[in-house]
Design a protein around this ligand. Structure first.
Ligand code: SMO
Length: 719
């Protein structure tokens, strides 16, 4: 690796676009990190939750036996009944948001739902005392319906229509696919963690350390829920050990800890264990997607019908509507199509919640379009590259407004495909595939293109030059391991012509920046970075206008003019063992356009990590409930994650079309890998097995699933 550490005498030069080493790594890699779990106020109490072992039932709780030595308090739903409901982002009209209880009220709705909580002087005592709470779960009538005021369990629905769909499908070649995305767990290294500390007597101020992606929203929500003014709650987000969407919205346990600390006037800490995160942290995906596409004989996409069915749990985290909405609004992806009919809905179920998870609907949209493209290519005897070339929107067609209300801002989609086929040496690959097939190998090549909405709305920043020359940069966008501090320094140093070492960065503390959003939806650089650039520009201008002055400050709330859309493509080569069904991903080639890049090394890290998670979805990961609603994948013994040895050779290449809709011109890249990789891998698997008559393989494509598909095809069955 080249040593791009800034030298102290490096002055006037460009910092944007340099692969600076992450300034946070010395600290993080030598045990110097400070995570929420490291925060230990004096006399801190600990909490343990009693969780429901059944998915439905009316409660009768006896807590008497739990009150023993070291136990400070035992709480049930009756105590927390007054806490208001968690809010849901109203991106769609008419969302039915079930009541969200910190602790179950008179009945439970899912296995793992917190039913009671013990606050004690140690974690062990709290856990022991939980064992002494006795609960009867009486059967309820009609457990199929969760809430009487939502009789069909459908929490929301929306549809879009454009063009003459019936005409497009008449006389066309029609292909269809049906895809069930496995439900996934984010499995961040650091589980959910919260520490709440009440203020000194009379101060009435609560400090909450929280492992979150959204400190400001968490502060606002906690203040609302606890009936406090915003300035009476401070949220501090120290180092975060991964989040992936699952830490973007508050969970009931976190609200409970803040409430209990406030009520008892004592500091309280809760660190979820891995099983609690499998059980009750919001899951991702689980979406069912069906699509039918009409093509002309020449391979032109004439019409698309899509049905997106989102899966929800028994409560809705803040961003719960986002995955299904994203999956729908992104269609038909990077392709031109004059007639679309898209239906989207999502239903509640007796499980833990479903929320955004890295990709959040984008992988679903890409999988649907890319599977349809490959199926049509096969049907029409076209090459998968050719059918995509036939349908991609070209550069002159952007910006492009679509039926679902989105506007693709910029880019050159055909150029990305061309670059991908060059990088992968596509023609040679096909020839080598033929040779290997001739000797009986099952080899597949899969391509997937994607578009990624990444950044709209606003974010805050404050930049200050102090009298002694120190530059301070505060951002509303927080960090969760992605190298935010390094990128912030580069943006500000570049604009102010200073050394990145001279920029001090503040984030993740609601006392340091008073409002903001956070780090999610691939928006930190595009929106948070643009806010920093704007603040730095204002400071620079102040300095020009007031040469006598020695300190300068700009506090901005930047709002982007529109939504930036990055895009790209992935090509996967897989081989499959016909005796075991085991899939080996031999290589992945990747091309994307993330607009202005602040730090290529950080971008590469994001793409590699996303690809690893995408490979996990395609081949390994799945949350499984049995028919009784019991979670069968409650630990890492049952839920398979990709390891380093599962990751193939990955080659990355980039295009750069700065986005015209934000100041920095940046587009996001945080979710890209999870979007492009699964569709490319699944297309490669189906390409490998096409000659065997296999037309569909479910995700995750484990060796058993693939083996069953091969066997069924051999026996002439469809599965
Ligand atoms: S799934 Mo992301 O952290 O918006």
């Amino acid at each position: 690796m080249t040593d791009d550490h800034p030298q102290i005498d490096d002055q006037a030069q460009t910092w944007i676009g340099k692969s600076l080493r992450r300034v946070e790594d010395d600290r993080l890699l030598t045990g110097g990190g400070c995570y929420t779990g490291d925060v230990a106020p004096d006399d801190c109490l600990h909490v343990a939750f009693l969780r429901s072992p059944v998915p439905s039932g009316r409660l009768a709780i006896d807590t008497d036996a739990a009150k023993g030595s070291g136990v400070v308090a035992v709480f049930t739903g009756a105590d927390t009944a007054g806490i208001a409901d968690l809010p849901v982002n109203p991106i769609i009209d008419g969302i039915f948001a079930p009541p969200v209880f910190c602790l179950a009220q008179d009945q439970v709705f899912a296995v793992g739902q917190p039913v009671a909580a013990v606050v004690a002087s140690s974690r062990q005592l709290a856990q022991d005392a939980v064992e002494n709470i006795f609960v009867d779960y009486d059967d309820i009538e009609n457990p199929e319906t969760l809430f009487a005021d939502c009789p069909d369990n459908q929490a929301f629905a929306q549809s879009w229509r454009d063009g003459d769909v019936a005409a497009a499908f008449a006389d066309a070649t029609v292909v269809s696919v049906q895809i069930d995305h496995p439900r996934l767990n984010a499995v961040a290294l650091e589980p959910r963690t919260v520490v709440a500390q009440p203020g000194k007597p009379g101060e009435g101020r609560l400090t909450v350390w929280l492992s979150t992606q959204t400190p400001y929203r968490s502060r606002a929500d906690l203040a609302d829920l606890l009936g406090k003014e915003k300035h009476r709650v401070r949220v501090i987000t120290p180092d975060v050990g991964g989040a992936f969407g699952a830490k973007a919205s508050l969970h009931p346990e976190e609200v409970f800890v803040a409430w209990a600390a406030d009520k008892l006037g004592k500091s309280i800490k809760w660190v979820a264990d891995r099983s609690e995160d499998f059980l009750a942290q919001s899951h991702g995906r689980g979406t069912k997607c069906e699509g039918q596409a009409a093509f002309s004989k020449g391979g032109k996409l004439l019409g698309l019908k899509a049905q997106i069915e989102g899966q929800l749990g028994h409560w809705l985290p803040f961003s719960a509507a986002v995955p299904a909405w994203n999956a729908a609004r992104i269609l038909p992806g990077p392709y031109g199509c004059d007639a679309v009919q898209i239906e989207m809905s999502a239903s509640l179920s007796r499980t833990s919640a479903v929320n955004i998870y890295r990709g959040a609907g984008r992988p679903e949209a890409a999988m649907l379009m890319e599977r349809l493209m490959d199926k049509a290519a096969r049907e029409l005897h076209m090459d998968p590259v050719e059918i995509r070339q036939t349908n991609l929107l070209n550069r002159d067609q952007l910006p492009c407004s679509r039926a679902t209300g989105i506007c693709l801002d910029s880019g050159d989609y055909p150029a990305a495909l061309e670059k991908l086929t060059e990088l992968a040496e596509y023609q040679d690959l096909r020839k080598s595939q033929e040779r290997r097939r001739a000797v009986g190998d099952l080899v597949g090549i899969g391509i997937a293109l994607y578009i990624e909405p990444c950044g709209q709305g606003w974010e805050t920043a404050r930049v200050r030059i102090r009298e002694d020359g120190t530059v301070e940069a505060a951002t509303g966008s927080s960090a969760q391991g992605q190298g935010r501090e390094t990128a912030v320094r580069q943006i500000v140093a570049d604009e102010l012509n200073v050394n990145p070492w001279d920029v001090r960065v503040f984030h993740g503390d609601t006392d340091k920046v008073t409002s903001g959003i956070g780090a999610l939806a691939s928006r930190s650089t595009a929106i948070g970075g643009s806010a920093l650039l704007l603040a730095a520009r204002q400071v620079k201008q102040q300095r020009i206008d007031n040469p006598e002055q020695t300190s300068f400050e700009a506090d901005v709330r930047y709002e982007a003019e529109g939504e930036a859309w990055s895009y790209g493509g992935c090509l996967a080569v897989v081989s499959i063992c016909d005796e075991t069904g085991e899939v080996s991903v031999e290589k992945l080639d990747w091309v994307d356009d993330a607009g202005t890049i602040i730090n290529p090394m950080l971008v590469k890290g994001q793409i590699l990590g996303g690809i690893a998670q995408g490979l996990g979805e395609a081949l390994m990961e799945k949350i499984v409930f049995d028919d009784e609603g019991q979670l069968l994948t409650g630990s890492l013994m049952d839920y398979a994650l990709p390891r380093a040895s599962d990751i193939p050779r990955i080659t990355i290449n980039q295009l750069c079309t700065p986005s015209p809709v934000n100041l920095l011109g940046a587009k996001g890249v945080g979710e890209a890998g999870t979007i492009g990789a699964p569709a490319a891998i699944m297309n490669a698997i189906l390409d490998a097995l096409a000659a065997q008559g296999v037309e569909h393989v479910d995700m995750p494509a484990t060796s058993e699933t693939v083996w069953q598909a091969i066997k069924a095809a051999k026996e002439g069955k469809t599965i």
